[in-house]
Design a protein. Sequence first.
Length: 330
Amino acid sequence: MTLRLLQHRGDDGARSVIVADDAGASFVTGVDSVRALAAKAIAAGTDLAAAIETCGRGDAVDVAAELDAGRILSPIDHDDAAHLVMTGTGLTHLGSAEGRDKMHRAASEAAVQTDSMRMFLEGVEGGKPAAGQVGQQPEWFYKGDGTGLVGPGEALTMPSFAQDGGEEPELAGIYLIGEDGTPFRIGLCLANEFSDHVTERHNYLWLAHSKLRQAALGPELLVGTPPQHIEGSSRIVRDGATLWEKPFLSGEANMSHSLSNLEAHHFKYALFRRPGDIHVHFFGTATLSFADGVTTQEGDVFEIEAVPFTLPLRNPLARAAEQTVSVRTL
C-alpha cells in the first residue's frame, strides 16, 4: 500500500494535511502542515504512518477534485522561505549524459570526452557504493530557497532575461533536519526542475546560472521506501494540443547513483544540517524536450505524471516582467 501526503488550503484560508492510500483519502486531524506532522514523528521516535494514526483521520476527501479546484498546495513548505533549501544533482540517470553531451559539444567537434561525459562515467563506476563505503560524488547545484518553490497548477516563471524555460521531469527528495542535526527523509515528490538550457549550452560553466530558477513539486509526497523503478510521461501542451511527449524513467534501477549516495554527498556539509530546515533535493533526469529540439514559449503547459503517484503535475510557462536593478553605495 502506497502512502501519500498532500497539503490543502480551504476557501477560508485554513490549512490542513491529507493522507491518501489505496483505500482513499482523508484529512489528518491536529496538524496543518506536513512539516508539523514530520516534526511530531521525529519527537515521538516513530515513522509518519504511526504519527498519522496518533493524530487521527478525519473526513474523507476527493483529492482529484480538490486539485482541480486549486485547493492543493505544494506538499512541503516552510513558514520562513529562507529555511527551505532547493538543490539538485545531475548526470545521475542512465542515459542522462547523452542530451547533456550534445549540448556541450555544440561549440566544438573535438573527439575528446566532455567533462559531462567523464562525470557521468565516474558515477556509473562509483555511484552505488557498498554499505560503509564512500561513493563517487555527483554533479551538484543550488536552485534557491522557498521563494522559488511553485505548487501544482501555478505558473513556472522564467526571469525576463532568460534565454529558455525548459522542463526537467524528475523526483525530488524532501527532508526535515532534526533538532540534533539528523536529516530525515519525509518522502519523494514528482518535480519539474525548471532550467535555462540555452544558457547552459552556451557554456557548461554557466550551469549555475541556468539552475537559479523556480521549480515545481507535484501534489503528492510519497512516504516510505522509495520505488526502485518509476515510469512516467512528460509532455508539453500548446493551445490545447500535445506539442511534445516522451516517457521517462526514474528510481534507483534506472540511475547511476543510489539515493543514499546522493544524500550522503549533500548532507556531508554541516551547512545543510541546520535544525528545522527543509531540503528539497532534485535527483536528476534523462529526458528533456530541449534535447529533441523543442523551443518552449509562454503559455505552454508542462505536464508530468508517473506511477505510483496518482495525480499529475501541471504548470504553465510564464515570463517575469523586466526589472532594473542598480546598486547604491552607502
